[in-house]
Design a protein around this ligand. Sequence first.
Ligand code: SOE
Length: 386
Amino acid sequence: MGEIRVGMIGYKFMGKAHSHAYRDLPMFFPETTKPVMAALCGRDEAGVSAAAKQFGWDGYTTDWRELVKRDDIDLIDINAPSDAHKDIAIAAAAAGKHLFCEKPLALTLADSREMLQAAEQAGVKHMVGFNYRFAPAVQLAKKLVDEGRLGRIFHFRAWFLQDWIIDPDFPLVWRLQKEVAGSGSHGDLGAHLIDLAHYLVGDMNEVIGMNETFIKERPMPSSMTGLSAKGSKDAPRGQVTVDDATLFMTKFANGALGSFEATRFAAGHRCTNSFEINGSKGSVKFDFERMNELQVYFTDDAEDVQGFRRVLATDPSHAYAAAWWPPGHTIGYEHTFIHEVHELMEAFREDRQPAPNFHDGVKCQAVLEAVDRSIDERRWVAIEEM
Ligand code: SOE
C-alpha cells in the first residue's frame, strides 16, 4: 500500500501531536507507507476549520458519523476524549476502516473488549497510542531485556509524576470527570506505565493498590479546556470524580515484582515518566524528561569502574536514530509520535497488525480495572478474574 488516507477526530493536544507526526513522517521515513491527511473532524466548526488549515489537513468536517463512512478514508484516528472512543471505533470498524485510538482505549474493560471484537470482526488493523514505547532509549531497554543482558528480571519500578492540578482552583476539566475520562491519573498516566511494564517485563498475575482524590471539589470550567486551563475562584464548584493519585504493586508472571505510582500532585514534576528495571546481570533507568538517555549498569563491568553510566540513544545502532540527525543530536516528545505512526504505516506496508494494538489496550484496561477492584475490595486481585 503506497498511501493511507487518514480521517482524524480531535484536534487539541493529541490531535496536534498526531498531525505533526503524519506531516513529518514522509520526510524522514520515505520508504514507508505515506499517510495522507485527508480530513480533520471536531465539534466546533470555527475551531476545527482553523486547526485543519494550521496543521495541513486537506479538509474538515464536524460530523464524525459522516467521516467514518466516507469512501475516500482508509484509517480513522481517534483523539477525542475517552468517552467518545468506543462509539467511534465500533462505527468506523463496521464501515471497514482501520483504527488508531489514543489511550486509554476505553472507559471500561468491557468497552475495550467490544472495541477489540469489532475490529477483529471487521478484519481491520488496530493500534493504541502508547507513544512512550517509541522513545529510542525505551527500545534500547527492551533490547537489553530481550537479549538477556540484564539476566533474570527481579524488579520493575515505575512512576509517572505531574503537578498540573495541584492548585485547588484549577477547573474541573474533562480529565477530572469519570464519565468522560474513565479515571484520573490512573488511566491517564498509570496506563502508560502499565503498557511499558507489559512491553518490557511481560504479563502481570495480580495487583493491589491504593488511591486518593486530594481535592474533592473544583470550580466548573467555562469550556472543556486542557492542561493549561485557568479557573475562576468564584465559579460554582463541582465534584471531582476521579483519582488524583493511584499507586499499586504487582507480581509478574515471570516472578518479578513491580511497583507503580501515578500522580498529578507531585510538585515540581511536569512529566516525570520513569522506570527502573533490576536484573541478575544489571539494571537500566529511564526518565522521560531526559528521554534520549538510558542509564545502564552491568554486573560484569570491571570492579573498579562499576556504576551506572549514561548511554545516549542517538547512534545509528539505536532504534530510529539513523533516520534523524548525527549522533548526539537529540530528539523530543513529538518524535515518539512520529515513530508510533511509522509503526502503523509499516504495518500497512507489511500487511500485519501494528503493535501496540487493541489487544494491548485491553490488557492495560484489565490491569487498570483490577487495581480499582483491589482498592474497592481491599485485597489482591488476579488479572484472570477480570
Ligand atoms: C496529561 O496528563 C498527559 O498529556 C497525558 O494525557 C499523556 O498521555 C501523557 O503523555 C502526558 O500527560
